[in-house]
Design a protein around this ligand. Structure first.
Ligand SMILES: [Zn+2]
Length: 185
């Protein structure tokens, strides 16, 4: 019915997709690429924890592939809003980090394909898609702001270790959130 990648929130970033932009501006040396990818995947994974979606694994490689793997939920109107938030979270985290929509978009191509596929699966018209996206984007930005210290903490570990399992993501997000909401006296 559907291919393997639909079993997970999974995305891969072939080097070739963004080679023109990288070559022309040289904005992403390898360390910066990994930092930006780490923020992107940390955005997906921290927001997944907030949405009570089980994170299986997060992987960040410098120059070939990165992904956040979560439990799969079949497409439905009930899950759509949260799924859109989850799919937008990589871009929104990268946008907050860079302040630059075009840089933040570099690694969001597969997320956008998945959003289009989801709308197609649910037969949602283009006009309705805009409404869904506007609402999801607003909520996603609020969550990315609220979880920013958690996103930075997850990203810092990804930059160093390249991968995290779901339990480690959950622990890191929880302790960052506790620190933020209940500061030590
Ligand atoms: Zn993504």
């Amino acid at each position: 019915m559907q291919n393997d990648t639909n079993d997970f929130l999974l995305h891969l970033f072939p080097e070739s997709e963004s080679s023109n932009e990288r070559a022309s501006e040289n904005i992403l040396a390898d360390d910066n690429t990994r930092a930006l990818l780490s923020i992107h995947e940390a955005g997906h994974s921290a927001i997944a924890i907030h949405l009570n979606r089980r994170v299986i694994e997060v992987v960040v490689y410098a120059s070939n592939s990165s992904y956040t793997q979560t439990e799969r939920i079949p497409p439905s109107f009930e899950m759509l809003h949260n799924e859109l938030i989850l799919l937008l979270a990589g871009f929104e985290a990268a946008f907050k980090y860079t302040g630059d929509a075009s840089k933040a978009s570099i690694h969001a191509g597969i997320d956008n394909v998945r959003i289009r596929d989801l709308f197609a699966d649910l037969s949602i018209s283009e006009a309705e898609q805009e409404t869904w996206l506007e609402k999801a984007r607003a909520d996603c930005r609020t969550l990315v702001d609220r979880y920013w210290s958690a996103i930075e903490a997850v990203a810092a570990i990804l930059v160093k270790n390249y991968r995290m399992n779901g339990t480690d993501v959950e622990k890191t997000v929880s302790s960052a959130r506790v620190t933020k909401t209940n500061p030590e006296r």
